[in-house]
Design a protein around this ligand. Structure first.
Ligand code: ADP
Length: 488
């Protein structure tokens, strides 16, 4: 079997990356591009043996990496970020080939953010990870964030390298070593990134990548007694399986799961702004956990808003994500495409009105699904309660704030909310009652790496970002020092 594939001019190693070396296995899984179904290559699937080897390598590398301290680690991590920046175009293109997201977004936003994920947390560990000592009856409390060991990172396919480095950055900066299992639909960028860690001089074993299906590769990793943390971004059903596996070893978890977030348009909202923000919910072909997929609009402005929203949607250009003028690319995989289509077909079967879309894009074929809006689905219907993870939104109207808040909070999720209002007091009144990890008022997707990020209810466990990331990846320690007993 070949060990290398050429994608968009880059050479990608299809083997696992363990202890600084490439490891082939007898087992493989195939990878195709969602853009046109092109076969990209077979990847070597890691089983229990390779996962154990990766955890052992990370354990062996841990003491020296932990002892290096934040400043020296920071130098290496900045070199790694430099290398990401030097390879933005290549990383952007391989990620687009692999997951079908827009090349434009990868070049302008996502890949620069990958570099930032690494730099930011390296610097935070050096400069910001301090808590002033405080006194208890003359004793001083001294807080430190100690490296915790080997962290297992399980990541999804919708923003592969962005979401992986959002975890890798703080984990490595904290002095932990890493075993990453990327999503099996998108293994390319993590493999390329592994080569960059070698070029940056990150010591062997500090960063490892094992590839394969969740139950084959992910399961032995999250069940391993030698890991100190699991950080997972993915679906609720998988989170439950991982939590059960982690329970045997009491491994601490951080989960960032799905959402069914509302985008709320109050009666006093600027409707042009509301339409602008609403159309953004189709970004990444709707494959964004934070998407506001439930449009909740005051009945007095619903028709005017819907027309403005329709006009914006009409300008969206769907097509090849490598084309810089494309706004919506394909869905990730035939399995996922069929899942989305199933939700839409069932909703249509129930007689729910389709305002636009509601079907695959027949002109483009393949995995392209038209941006879709359902109008006034009944409260509690599947299309308003289940996460679809596609370009499918619903629009419901409300009369009073009480009605709105009940609807907004009426799912099992609590990841995010977007609110459009022209009145600060009114906006405060509503946001204070919403259940969500992040709320955007008159804006969307403004994400500072120092802000806490995570979900309430079934949308997650814990928060990452800034010091919250280190609170999770590190062992937070309090050393209480008495004023008594000193001989000097
Ligand atoms: P999705 O349904 O969006 O593909 P998943 O939650 O199934 O999301 O997948 C997210 C990540 O979790 C992927 O890397 C996947 O391989 C991994 N995964 C799936 N099942 C398991 C499992 N049993 N143990 C560990 N990881 C898993």
């Amino acid at each position: 079997m070949e060990h290398f594939i050429e994608v968009a001019g880059a050479t990608i190693d299809t083997r696992n990356f363990i202890n600084g070396e490439r490891v082939a296995t007898g087992d493989t899984f195939a990878n195709h591009s969602p853009i046109d179904g092109t076969f990209l290559g077979d990847f070597h699937q890691a089983g229990e043996t390779e996962v154990n080897a990766a955890v052992e390598a990370a354990r062996a590398a841990f003491p020296a990496w932990a002892a290096m301290g934040p400043a020296k680690r920071g130098e290496l991590l900045h070199k790694l970020a430099d290398l990401v920046e030097a390879n933005i175009e290549t990383l952007a293109m391989i990620e687009t080939m692999d997951n079908g997201s827009l090349l434009r977004s990868h070049i302008r936003g996502v890949m620069p953010r990958v570099a930032m994920n690494i730099r930011f947390f390296a610097d935070w560990a050096i400069n910001k990870l301090h808590h002033p000592a405080f006194e208890t009856r003359g004793h001083s409390n001294n807080i430190s964030w100690d490296p915790s060991g080997v962290v297992a990172l399980i990541t999804p396919w919708n923003a592969p390298l962005m979401l992986a480095t959002w975890k890798i950055g703080p984990a490595l900066a904290a002095g932990d070593t890493v075993v990453l299992k990327p999503a099996e639909w998108t293994p390319l960028s993590a493999s390329f990134f592994a080569d960059l860690t070698v070029q940056a001089g990150i010591p062997a074993g500090v960063f490892n990548v094992v590839n394969g299906l969740g139950r084959v590769t992910g399961m032995p990793l999250v069940s391993h007694p030698g890991i100190s943390r699991i950080s997972f971004t993915g679906s609720v059903p998988t989170a439950k399986v991982i939590a059960k596996a982690a329970a045997d070893n009491l491994t601490p978890l951080s989960f960032e799961l799905g959402g069914k977030s509302p985008i709320i348009v109050l009666g006093d909202a600027d409707l042009d702004l509301a339409a602008e923000l609403a159309v953004e919910q189709y970004d990444n072909a709707g494959q964004v956990c934070l998407s506001g997929t439930r449009v909740l609009v005051h009945e007095d402005v619903a028709d005017e808003f819907a027309e403005k929203f329709r006009a914006k949607v009409a300008t969206l250009k769907q097509g090849d994500p490598r084309n810089l003028s494309t706004d919506i690319g394909p869905q990730i995989h035939p399995v996922h495409f069929e899942r989305i289509k199933g939700f839409v077909d069932r909703a249509k079967g129930e007689g729910i009105e389709v305002l636009w879309g509601g079907e695959p894009n027949g002109d483009l074929g393949g995995l392209f699904f038209k941006p879709t809006l359902f109008k006034n689905p009944p409260v509690g219907s599947e299309i308003v309660t289940s996460e679809i993870f596609g370009p499918v939104l619903t629009m419901q109207t409300f009369r009073t704030d009480e009605e709105l808040i009940a609807m907004a909070n009426g799912t099992e999720f609590g990841l995010a909310a977007c609110l459009v209002s022209g009145n600060r007091e009114h906006a405060d009144h509503v946001t204070s009652q919403l259940v969500a990890g992040t709320i955007w008022v008159n804006c969307f997707f403004v994400r500072d790496l120092s802000a806490p990020f995570g979900g309430s209810r079934k949308s997650g466990i814990g928060r990452e970002g800034g010091t919250w990331s280190f609170d999770f990846y590190a062992d937070v320690k309090n050393t209480v020092v008495s004023p008594n007993g000193w001989k000097e």
